[in-house]
Design a protein around this ligand. Structure first.
Ligand code: MD3
Ligand code: FE
Length: 222
């Protein structure tokens, strides 16, 4: 028996989930484990992006420092400061254009969108969120994109998180959905402007990524 027999069957985090689709809204889908076959190509590409545009904790217009670290790649990146939220072509921290979106990221986002019924998705922005234990994202809507016809695709990596899916009003009681390493969420259409958030990340260490969670969200912003 090979010495890593048990690890191959049960221990390898890449093998812990069989791919399957869960519908969490009329036009929202969790593609469980969809990103797992891409992770080996995705992580080196992500490291390259983060060398050029490291995570930084941004300040909201209200003056609060976000617990989540942010970066972006693609033609547009998302920024917030005291003057507001916006997409920019230039990373304000480096004064350079945001790093290009690696092909493997674009391909993964397009394949996931197609699987969920949104063929032809051509994202021009990928936001990269960095969670350490305790980091959270309070309920909000994604409404800084120019048009809401395109879906959004989200890829979860590293530690598990509890995602909250609310309704069209902040007061609508949210559904809780666990998101694990390799899960992809795709939402669009009537679900595009629903409130959503992430509960505080629990302590832990992921076998591949250590004590952190990284979330990629692909958007058509411009
Ligand atoms: C399903 N990111 O960057 S993505 C964000 O995990 C953001 O970092 C979260 O919200 C994260 O703006 C959550 C998953 C998600 C987001 C919005 C949805 C799934 C959704 C809206 C409707 C349906
Ligand atoms: Fe969001």
């Amino acid at each position: 028996m090979p010495s890593n027999f048990t690890a191959e069957l049960f221990g390898d985090p890449e093998l812990q989930q069989a791919p399957r689709t869960e519908q969490i809204g009329p036009q929202s889908f969790v593609l469980r484990g969809f990103a797992l076959p891409w992770v080996e190509r995705l992580l080196p590409a992500l490291r390259g992006v983060l060398r050029a545009a490291p995570f930084r904790q941004m300040v909201t217009p209200g003056g609060f420092t976000m617990s989540v670290g942010l970066s972006s790649c693609g033609q547009l990146g998302w920024t917030t400061d005291r003057s507001g939220y916006r997409y920019t072509a230039i990373d304000p921290q480096s004064g350079q254009p945001w790093p290009a979106m690696p092909e493997v990221l674009h391909e993964l986002a397009q394949a996931a969108a197609t699987q969920a019924g949104f063929a032809g998705f051509d994202p021009d922005a990928c936001l990269i969120n960095h969670y350490v234990p305790g980091a959270r994202m309070s309920l909000h809507q994604d409404k800084d994109e120019r048009d809401y016809h395109a879906p959004i695709v989200s890829v979860s990596l590293g530690l598990p998180a509890v995602f909250q899916l609310g309704g069209d009003r902040r007061s609508d009681r949210p559904l809780r959905v666990p998101l694990l390493h390799g899960d992809v969420v795709v939402w669009g259409g009537v679900d595009r402007l629903r409130y959503h958030g992430v509960l505080p990340l629990k302590e832990g260490t992921h076998p591949l990524l250590g004590p952190q969670r990284i979330n990629l969200t692909f958007r058509r912003a411009g």
